[in-house]
Design a protein around this ligand. Structure first.
Ligand SMILES: [Zn+2]
Length: 399
């Protein structure tokens, strides 16, 4: 059984220990010591990282009997080693973990909402509440929780038999737990059983900041960050908003207003563009109709070859041309790195689009297919695509 020094003193950063076991493991060695300051992952708190004699311990886990340090180095059994915790990580984890106690208590105390799920990974912490809460209510809980942080209330750990828990104002009741239990209590605040590491007073948490709330399984998922992680998140968001303000040449508090105005301007321009394209297409259709040759089958060949054309505009043009009676229609256009082609028959027209697209695939080195009445396909862009398009139109004229 490894002695858990972190349970007695969460501020202990270093200790001497004796190596009990050391076995090869997938990414190094699984090292068991007689005592450790490194907290193993559990109870919603992430594993500590640290070192044994300066060699990196990447992860620490606990089995029923022992604590296993996943270390990059091998140590002789029986040797004395120095174990040190990565304090930056530990403090980050304690701030999030203790902040979770305080915030969960606030939701429970103010709104009767129970924490029924907790997730923590690098830079994201969430709790799931069994009740829906509004953003305003979340802010009230956030205010309450931060007042408890700023009052720097003592956080105490005691070991009590389960029979004594009934007399305590526990936030969570768990009748399944028996024997001697570890009870963590914030003065005038949260009381619950917990195996994690906690600071000795709430002030260490620094700040509790809710970053998002959303509906989740009939309740609410609350995302939040505490301490240094909250500070870094606020800094990151400050940069975003400053950059957005600079890009829009506006004050930060007017960013949303500016984006709204830009959206309006874009919608207006899109409408103008749509009208201009429709007008242009109408005159193009007139020109094509006036100049259209008649092929051997007696169809008017309406072929539009367009450079840098949008698929949406191409579809509209194709639809309009295909309304022309007795017309054999082709729209061939370049869109970035692609050349696309569409073929169709107007009402009463004789022809076979399947045969035309087979020829197009051959000429352009592309892919596509369809029916006798209409077909479409495309090929990668090549510099001579227009000559190829003209070649294909010539074939259509001779059909
Ligand atoms: Zn805890």
């Amino acid at each position: 059984m490894t002695e858990k020094l972190f349970e007695r003193d969460s501020n202990l950063k270093i200790c001497e220990a004796t190596v009990v076991e050391c076995e090869p493991a997938p990414q190094g060695y699984a090292v068991v010591l007689d005592r450790t300051v490194l907290f193993p992952e559990g109870g919603g708190q992430l594993s500590d990282t640290g070192t044994i004699n300066g060699a990196l311990v990447k992860h620490v886990r606990e089995t029923k009997e022992k604590i296993i340090h996943e270390c990059v180095a091998e140590f002789p059994v029986g040797s004395r080693v120095t174990v040190q915790v990565n304090w930056t990580d530990r403090l980050d984890h304690m701030q999030q973990h203790c902040g979770e106690h305080i915030l969960s208590y606030a939701f429970w105390k103010l709104f009767g909402a129970n924490n029924v799920g907790f997730h923590m990974n690098e830079r994201m912490v969430t709790i799931d509440l069994d009740k829906e809460v509004t953003l305003e209510e979340a802010f009230q809980a956030e205010d309450f929780a931060n007042r408890q942080v700023w009052e720097d209330l003592p956080v105490t750990v005691s070991y009590l038999p389960h029979t004594e828990l009934a007399d305590l104002p526990m936030r969570k009741k768990n009748e399944k737990l028996t024997g001697i239990l570890r009870v963590v209590a914030v003065r005038d605040g949260d009381v619950c059983t917990c195996c994690g590491t906690h600071p000795t007073s709430t002030g260490v948490v620094g700040l509790i900041k809710i970053t998002k709330i959303e509906k989740h399984k009939g309740g609410t998922r609350v995302e939040f960050l505490c301490g240094r992680w909250a500070l870094e998140d606020a800094r990151k968001k400050m940069r975003y908003i400053q950059d957005a303000g600079n890009m829009l040449s506006t004050k930060e508090e007017r960013v949303c207003e500016s984006i709204g105005r830009l959206e309006g301007e874009i919608a207006e321009l899109k409408e103008k563009l749509r009208a201009a394209v429709a007008q242009l297409q109408a005159s193009e259709i007139q020109k094509l109709l006036a100049e259209a040759p008649v092929n051997a089958a007696g169809c008017q060949v309406l072929a539009a070859i367009k450079d840098e054309y949008e698929p949406k505009s191409a579809k509209t043009l194709f639809g309009k041309l295909s309304d022309t009676p007795n017309a054999l229609v082709a729209v061939i256009y370049r869109n970035g790195e692609r050349v696309n082609y569409m073929f169709g028959l107007g009402p009463g027209a004789a022809g076979d689009c399947k045969a035309i697209i087979a020829r197009a695939n051959e000429i352009f080195g592309g892919k596509g297919g369809g029916k006798k009445e209409s077909a479409q396909g495309g090929a990668p862009y090549a510099a001579d695509w227009k000559e190829k398009a003209e070649k294909l139109v010539a074939v259509m004229k001779e059909t």
